[in-house]
Design a protein around this ligand. Structure first.
Ligand code: DAT
Ligand code: MG
Length: 151
């Protein structure tokens, strides 16, 4: 449905490399609606929850160090098929397999510096939004371009 939401996060490398505006712009220009946006320094506790399915992986310590190395940019984007389209816009997890035209395919080379995160299911999107945002940080608003984006 049009109300589907996804959690997209620009990782510390994306922030440090000055890619926040470009990445926000891609979701805006596609027609997704911004519901929340903040620059945020993650904590280890939060990242252990966010990546709870990966804590046993051998790359987890380096993933944790990377994600703690500087601020991230947290976003909620809303629109038709936001979760699936969001993943498509990010590109494959490993930038060596990400197609040109995707965010990872255009801006990154290695899996350990892959610029961005996107929820992988509607259920996980709602969990991640609740994990990274307080309810009053999300805004309900009328987007007047909706009628020009959806038929
Ligand atoms: P995604 O970020 O595409 O959802 P994921 O949830 O499987 O991928 O993994 C989360 C992050 O962990 C990923 O963006 C980069 C890192 N990662 C995943 N697999 C890795 C690997 N084999 N080696 C190093 N880092 C990896
Ligand atoms: Mg994932």
């Amino acid at each position: 449905t049009m109300e589907e939401r996804t959690y997209i996060m620009i990782k510390p490398d994306g922030v440090q490399r000055g890619l926040v505006g470009k990445i926000v712009g891609r979701f805006e220009q596609r027609g997704y609606k911004l519901q929340g946006l903040k620059l945020f320094q993650a904590s280890e506790e939060l990242l252990r929850k966010h990546y709870s399915d990966l804590v046993e992986k051998k790359f987890f310590p380096s993933l944790l160090e990377y994600m703690l190395s500087g601020p991230v940019t947290c976003m909620v984007w809303e629109g038709k098929n936001a979760v699936k389209m969001g993943r498509q816009m990010l590109g494959a997890t490993n930038p060596q397999e990400s197609l040109p035209g995707t965010i990872r395919g255009d801006f990154s080379i290695e899996v350990g510096r892959n610029i961005c995160h996107g929820s992988d299911s509607v259920e996980n999107a709602e969990k991640e939004i609740a994990l990274w945002f307080k309810p009053d940080e999300l805004v309900e608003w009328d987007d007047h371009s909706t009628a020009w984006i959806y038929e």
